[in-house]
Design a protein around this ligand. Sequence first.
Ligand SMILES: Cc1cc2nc3c(=O)[nH]c(=O)nc-3n(C[C@H](O)[C@H](O)[C@H](O)COP(=O)(O)OP(=O)(O)OC[C@H]3O[C@@H](n4cnc5c(N)ncnc54)[C@H](O)[C@@H]3O)c2cc1C
Length: 208
Amino acid sequence: MIGVLGGGLSGLALASRLPDAEVLEAAERPGGLCRSVSFEGFTFDPHGSHILFSRDPRAMGFYEALLGENVCRRRRNTKVFYKGRYVKYPFENGLGELPPEDNLACLLGYVTAYAARKAGTAPRPTNLREWMYHRFGKGITECYLLPYNEKIWKAPAAEMGFDWVRRSGNTTASSRPCRFPISYGASPTRPRRCAPRRTPCSTAPSSR
Ligand SMILES: Cc1cc2nc3c(=O)[nH]c(=O)nc-3n(C[C@H](O)[C@H](O)[C@H](O)COP(=O)(O)OP(=O)(O)OC[C@H]3O[C@@H](n4cnc5c(N)ncnc54)[C@H](O)[C@@H]3O)c2cc1C
């Protein structure tokens, strides 16, 4: 018997792959960050809404097999509301939709940062804030990445590490920038995402 500590998605997914495992969860119910609670007939996701997405078809197959018919499939169409206009998300792929002066600042900053990295003159970043400037340049960082990430993480970016952005393919801080031409707002692919149709978050953790 293997004891798995924590019944969030990681622990539950791991336990489902082990022949003989017991999940030890501190909270009353499993699910961790991906948990829904019911209150007076309404369902709330206390840690924020979730969609299920992976580039790995096996992972998507795993999710969908768990959820069965209870799947709501959508193509993502996310926008950033910026200076009164909607800009495609991720922001760095929607620069063509910015006001011309911001578009120029973002492009110039991006190219300048790129050139400095290639020339080896850019100092190595030591925190998330420095990493943003290093990777994306001044324009994209100041127009979007910095305010967005400080808002979502509720912490100064200078006090945050950046290991996670390189490691996980996480899109919050946009670790995989500019796979598409950045100047014209070329459409990135909008991969299919899914979420449980009923009891949004908790269905995935409670499926087996
Ligand atoms: C606002 C928000 C939106 C998100 N949106 C998405 C999304 O759309 N799509 C997506 O894929 N991901 C999303 N995520 C990320 C996703 O929620 C997490 O990656 C995932 O839930 C992490 O699962 P986990 O099991 O690693 O950790 P957790 O969910 O944190 O689970 C850890 C579990 O361990 C338990 N635990 C902790 N200490 C102990 C202990 N000592 N003993 C026993 N149990 C313990 C906790 O109670 C908890 O249940 C989002 C996260 C947030 C905050």
